[in-house]
Design a binder for this molecule. Structure first.
Ligand SMILES: C[S@@+](CC[C@H](N)C(=O)[O-])C[C@H]1O[C@@H](n2cnc3c(N)ncnc32)[C@H](O)[C@@H]1O
Length: 178
């Protein structure tokens, strides 16, 4: 008994070693932003030539694809669900923007999004608040953030817009971070 315990302390049990890695679970289910609201999000964020847009939790890729198609900008979608990544890549092909968009299967809470000049979100209130410190610390001053439907708690939005019965919120990363 003591020997078994000692062995387990230095090596994992063979059954555990063979267990498949747990697939990462989404923190929020997939619900797409209506296309008209996507257009309003891009407008509120003043997306223009030269921007790099990241959609954190990108679903079928519609926000990144719309940004690439309308403004000719680089856009990156991050989603944890491989099914969504497959759909997004298919949609990018159909839209003819595979040279501008990239979809990465990653956890948005671990992903590197420092190069973004625009970040789009459609998550949940508590997820926005959880993400807030990383947005604040890692994004460059002047980076714009828009969120469909959910705010950032005590970080008050600079602008908001009503779009098809939804609210879209807007923030800018300030030059001097407090
Ligand atoms: C409400 S949908 C929004 C999709 C898209 N942004 C849109 O507005 O149409 C949220 C997406 O976030 C993804 N997601 C949830 N948790 C995630 C995580 N931890 N990392 C990356 N993606 C995640 C889900 O798979 C889902 O596609």
């Amino acid at each position: 008994m003591a020997l078994a315990a000692a062995l387990l302390a230095v090596a994992p049990h063979p059954l555990l070693a063979q267990a498949p890695a747990r697939t990462a679970q989404p923190d929020v289910i997939y619900v797409p932003t209506p296309h008209e609201v996507v257009d309003d999000m891009l407008r509120l964020a003043n997306v223009h030539k030269g921007d790099v847009l990241y959609d954190l939790g990108s679903g079928d890729g519609r926000i990144a694809i719309a940004a690439a198609k309308k403004f000719g900008i680089k856009a990156v979608g991050i989603d944890i669900d491989p099914q969504r990544i497959r759909e997004a890549n298919e949609n990018a092909k159909k839209a003819g923007v595979t040279d501008l968009v990239e979809f990465r299967q990653e956890d948005l809470f671990k992903a590197d999004f420092k190069e973004a000049t625009v970040v789009t979100l459609y998550l949940l209130p508590d997820l926005n608040v959880k993400l807030r410190p990383r947005l604040w610390e890692e994004l460059k001053p002047g980076t714009r953030i828009v969120s469909h439907q959910f705010d950032m708690g005590t970080w008050k939005p600079e602008k908001r817009l009503e779009s098809n019965g939804r609210t879209v919120y807007f923030w800018t990363i300030p030059a001097k971070k407090k």
